[in-house]
Design a protein around this ligand. Structure first.
Ligand SMILES: [Zn+2]
Ligand SMILES: [Zn+2]
Length: 336
């Protein structure tokens, strides 16, 4: 089967043996139709976390071609999935920190979504694989996992009716995050340094977004909308200056949700958090319930994703990565 394998910071298409269901016993083999390119794939590649020989990709849509399972899934089902499964039993899970569960971190699909076929376990089928309804396109369905991340972040932030949220960074995750916060009743605003992203966010239902090269500029623009600052600020941008945006645009007593890996970490200032009673917390990967909620939002089209993705063939994965890094595109969908 054709597989994109990492070799010295580039993906090379190689012929790999197809996973054999009999070797695993239970589970399913999925023929991948496409897979979203996630920011975390790029981070893993750039930081060396993914070694030579790795196969990445986890925002998978595909069709079940072989199955041995006690679940209701059958051959021919079109599915989308999450790649990690919690144990539901450890101290992390019991406290709702499913994505910190050690079992969660150790489970995965094999070999990775940028491949013609993958193996998913019975545990995956039971918890993180979802049937895709006819009305959803493959590209839409590939947003199951990234939207699940946003559902989790918005739940963790306890976003409430009519609260004011600011999304710092209007990439694809920023756009999904804003729409999700809106589903939870918030008034959603955004800021970015690119005009096209400001326009796009407003097309996706943001109240208003601000082109803001620096924090003082933003403050001036939001003076009337959020005179004491925003109740919740979601950090989805990767530039270290975005920390400054978050701390200086959140109201006293408000929350900052970190959903971004920042290379140059200058951190949050202790006394700022203390004297201003700020809630600062991270949100990482979705639990099965977040994926289920994500699927409902996609099915009911309460969160819109069409128009965010640019489609590439697997042979052009490297181009998709460089176009994502240079912000030429919002999100890449890799057709397998
Ligand atoms: Zn992802
Ligand atoms: Zn656990």
């Amino acid at each position: 089967m054709r597989t994109a394998v990492l070799e010295n910071n580039k993906f090379v298409i190689k012929e790999m043996p197809k996973p054999i269901l009999d070797e695993y016993g239970e589970g399913a083999i999925i023929k991948v139709t496409g897979c979203g390119l996630c920011g975390s794939d790029i981070v893993k590649m750039r930081t060396g976390l993914a070694k030579n020989g790795s196969v990445l990709g986890h925002e998978v849509v595909g069709k079940i071609v072989e199955i041995n399972s006690k679940t209701v899934f059958k051959v021919g089902d079109k599915v989308a999935l999450g790649h990690h499964v919690p144990c539901f039993n450890c101290d992390y899970c019991r406290n709702g920190n499913y994505s910190m569960c050690r079992h969660f971190k150790s489970t995965n699909i094999f070999p990775g979504g940028f491949s013609e076929y993958i193996y998913v376990s019975e545990e995956h089928l039971n918890n993180t694989v979802f049937y895709v309804s006819q009305s959803l396109s493959d590209v839409e369905a590939s947003f199951l996992e990234p939207l699940g991340c946003c559902v989790r972040a918005v739940k963790r932030a306890k976003v409430y009716e009519n609260s004011k949220c600011l999304i710092v960074g209007l990439g694809s995750i920023g756009i999904l995050m804003g729409q999700t916060a809106k589903v939870f009743g918030a008034k959603v605003y955004g800021c970015d340094i690119k005009t096209d992203r400001i326009i796009l966010s407003e097309q996706f239902g943001f109240e208003k977004s601000f082109l803001s090269p620096n924090i003082n500029d933003l403050k001036l623009q939001v003076k009337e909308i959020a005179p004491i600052g925003f109740d919740t600020v979601f950090l989805t941008a990767g530039a270290s200056s975005s920390l400054d945006f978050a701390v200086n645009s959140v109201r006293d007593g408000g929350s900052i949700v970190v959903f971004s890996s920042i290379k140059d970490e200058n951190g949050f200032k202790n006394n700022e958090i203390y004297y201003r009673e700020l809630n600062v917390f991270g949100s990482y990967s979705p639990a099965p319930k977040d994926l289920e909620d994500s699927k409902t939002l996609l099915d009911e089209r309460r969160v819109k994703v069409l128009g965010l993705s640019t489609v590439y063939n697997i042979e052009n994965l490297n181009e998709a990565i460089s176009d994502t890094i240079s912000n030429k595109i919002m999100k890449a969908y890799i057709k397998i």
